[in-house]
Design a protein around this ligand. Sequence first.
Ligand SMILES: [Zn+2]
Length: 287
Amino acid sequence: MRPRVIARGVELFAARTPTLPPATHTNSYAIGEREVALVEPATPYDDERRAFLAWARAFPSQGRRLVALLLTHHHADHVGGAELFARELGLPIWAHAATADRLPHLPVARRLEEGESIALGGAIPQRWTALHTPGHAPGHLCFHEASQRIAIVGDMVASVGTILIEPTDGDMIAYLAQLDRLARLDADMALPAHGDPIAEDGGAGRRPAELFRFYIAHRLGREAKIVAALAMAGAEGATSAALVPTAYADTSPLLWPLARLSLEAHLIKLARDGRARRVGDGWASAG
Ligand SMILES: [Zn+2]
């Protein structure tokens, strides 16, 4: 089952991580035919770390050379193995500055910026472009290989589980703008951190652009429910906790604690859009 070859010079290795249920694993990817970079050094569990290291250590016997560990963002279910793998494999860690700043214990050797390219040599050389895609996390990076039409998309979308946009790390306006940008890449395949590859003929059975647009529509649909809940709360408004049962009436109450965080991220967006305002410790309609 693992590793799984996804495309020429792209392998997937799913490892168990403490991630948000129903997801149970985070996908790591090895990219490059001869020079190989490992994306998402995720797992903090000893048995899974041993399996990851065995996978990584097999590349040299195939005439391939490891060059770096790449982070998509700073969340614990994405970087749990970073320190150990960097040390054991003798690899530098590359990440966005906003990710490096949030992981002061990690030695980040290269701060990747928007538009930087990562060239990986091989019979078919690959050139991955780092895309800074904040919204889920401030330093979130995706990696796009234009000639193979593949994008590694981290936690921008998932084919298992949901993507949480919360008010501290998250930014709903940025998230929606970056989803739109990813849709416009029109990649043939998107590789998320959780779940199967997204491709017409892959596990998810649809084109990446379709899924990105579905995510945008889904968030805007939720936003409409929040706007309606605010309208019902009237001029005196309501706290985010009080808005949840109305705005998330279609969602299991078990999920409401997380829903509340997402709702707050929406409220911050609505305030910036001039459609909501703070009233005491709650929120009311505006505009
Ligand atoms: Zn995340």
